[in-house]
Design a protein around this ligand. Structure first.
Ligand code: FB9
Length: 490
């Protein structure tokens, strides 16, 4: 039976004292990785061999070099393509692959000449015969001088690669005979008692588990999972957000966002051309929305403009998940008596943004909504402190802001110790009466809500500066495979 590779390596080491995995691969005409495997197996025997990883430069033939080994050099191909009577340069350049470099090298080698005396340049053979030295060299690069290798490297026929190899020496307990150590205590060894005169491999507690080929969650989904856990442990219920296409009524009008608001312009919103409009609305509710926009109501003057159904019917890609919040809140009152609720959503929204390193035309909005009797701004602030504390954020500041559908509104800031600066981490507010009262919510019920994006915390968490490293065709799949699990509070 063929000698074990491990035995052959030990015998080679016995004779030469030291070697390396690449020389062994050449010596035994074996694949380098097989040699590495055999060396790692010998390493498990204490002090048998001493191994040190080293880097070694190695010449490799490029694809073009392999082409020349198979087909001959480009200059030889050009030479052989010239008939005795000569050929036009234009014709010759179309006759073989790599013609341009072949022609140039054949001219430099003095194998051919170019006759420009006629109307078009004619190429003729100058040398009576030629030898394809390049092909010969490439067939056995171990015997070509370094300067020739450097020249072929410039022609991209050879390339120098650095490979990791293993240097071997005899260890303190070197022997060419290794006592076979049992790897497993089997039932046979136990039943026939032969375990008593066996030696067992020591447990390698440092050994890593076998890398299992499984899928990997995208960082955004890891962070979404963490946000979802936070909302669920705070008693929130997830809203149904599986409708990217929305109509203007639910995305804007229901939120008391006036029909002439700039956000409703095509420069900010993606409108859908087919189906262009929605036609089914809860007409009793729609009439209340129309009235509060056009004439006011519930103590509000409204916007006092001619509200148009056609505007409300326009379909679009939702610009915020607050459109879902509106649907869910209105549905509350369709199911009987009001009861306090806590809802959340985390899903994609679309805006016709100017793209830059941190903004794409879509992002994931994270939104929390609480509807209860007598809620105040203090309840919103307290909830935000609780929510962000679970992200490890305790220093918050609030800045008055404006949203069409909330009053008061606040931008939320935190001091980020890693970035050593205050950063905006979201927006919040109390839904206006003009939004919630047409939904028939009881007048003593208030609704507090807040929102942030999923991408911003994810980019900070995973140290990404460009949104295109997180989403899109340029994402490094190795980053997705290897990035660490997400612990938002750390
Ligand atoms: O997410 C944002 N920033 C953020 C969030 C978390 C975070 O975590 C780090 C570990 C510490 C870091 C940063 N922002 C909101 C603030 C900015 O990034 C802002 O420039 C971008 N904003 C988006 C919208 O931009 C067009 C983030 C997105 C956003 C803004 C507002 C809302 C939702 C998302 C909202 C809302 C809202 C308000 C009232 C009622 C209901 C919803």
């Amino acid at each position: 039976m063929a000698k074990q590779l491990t035995d052959r390596i030990l015998e080679y080491l016995e004779k030469h004292g030291e070697t390396n995995s690449l020389d062994l691969a050449n010596e035994f005409q074996e694949d380098h990785q097989k040699i590495i495997g055999a060396i790692k197996s010998l390493e498990t025997v204490d002090d048998l061999i001493t191994v040190k990883p080293i880097s070694k430069k190695k010449w490799e033939i490029t694809a073009e070099g392999e082409y020349i080994i198979e087909h001959g050099s480009h200059e030889v191909a050009i030479y052989n393509a010239i008939p005795d009577e000569g050929i036009s340069q234009a014709e010759l350049m179309k006759s073989v692959p790599y013609a341009k470099v072949g022609f140039s090298k054949a001219m430099v080698a003095g194998w051919i000449n170019l006759d420009k005396s006629g109307t078009s340049p004619i190429v003729r053979k100058k040398a009576p015969f030629i030898v394809d030295t390049i092909q010969t060299h490439l067939k056995d690069i171990s015997n070509i001088p370094e300067n020739i290798k450097t020249e072929y490297k410039k022609r991209k026929l050879l390339q120098e690669v650095v490979i990791k190899i293993m240097h071997l020496e005899k260890g303190p307990n070197f022997s060419i005979k290794i006592e076979k150590l049992e790897a497993d205590l089997t039932s046979d060894l136990l039943t026939n008692g032969s375990w008593k005169n066996k030696k067992f491999k020591p447990y390698n507690f440092e050994a890593l588990g076998a890398a299992i080929q499984i899928g990997s969650l995208h960082p955004l989904l890891k962070v979404r999972h963490e946000f979802r856990k936070i909302f669920l442990e705070m008693g929130f219920t997830e809203m149904p957000t599986n409708n990217f296409v929305e109509n203007s009524f639910w995305n804007f009008d229901a939120l008391f966002q006036p029909q002439q608001h700039p956000a409703r312009d095509a420069h900010d919103t993606f409108f859908v051309s087919e189906p262009r409009v929605s036609t089914k609305f809860p007409m009793d509710y729609l009439e209340k929305v129309k009235k509060v926009h056009s004439k006011g109501g519930y103590g509000s003057l409204g916007y006092r403009y001619d509200w148009k159904l056609e505007e409300a019917q326009k379909n679009l890609l939702r610009t915020h998940t607050t459109a879902v919040s509106a649907r869910v809140l209105r549905k509350l009152m369709q199911e009987g008596e009001f009861k306090p609720v806590k809802y959340f959503s985390i899903d994609r929204v679309f805006r016709n943004e100017t793209l830059d390193a941190t903004h794409l035309a879509e992002f994931h909005q994270v939104e929390g909504v609480i509807a209860d009797y007598g809620l105040t701004l203090g309840d919103l602030i307290g909830t935000l402190y609780e929510f962000f504390k679970k992200l490890g954020i305790t220093q918050l500041q609030f800045k008055p802001a404006y949203n069409p559908y909330t009053e008061p509104s606040m931008e939320i800031f935190c001091y980020h110790n890693g970035l050593e600066k205050w950063i905006e981490i979201g927006n919040s507010g109390m839904f206006r009466p003009e939004m919630v009262l047409p939904m028939d919510l009881p007048p003593d019920v208030n609704v507090i809500a807040w929102g942030l994006s999923l991408e911003r915390p994810t980019m900070i968490k995973y140290g990404l500066n460009n949104i295109r490293d997180l989403v899109g065709p340029k994402v490094d799949m190795e980053m997705v495979r290897t990035n660490p699990l997400c612990r938002l509070e750390k």
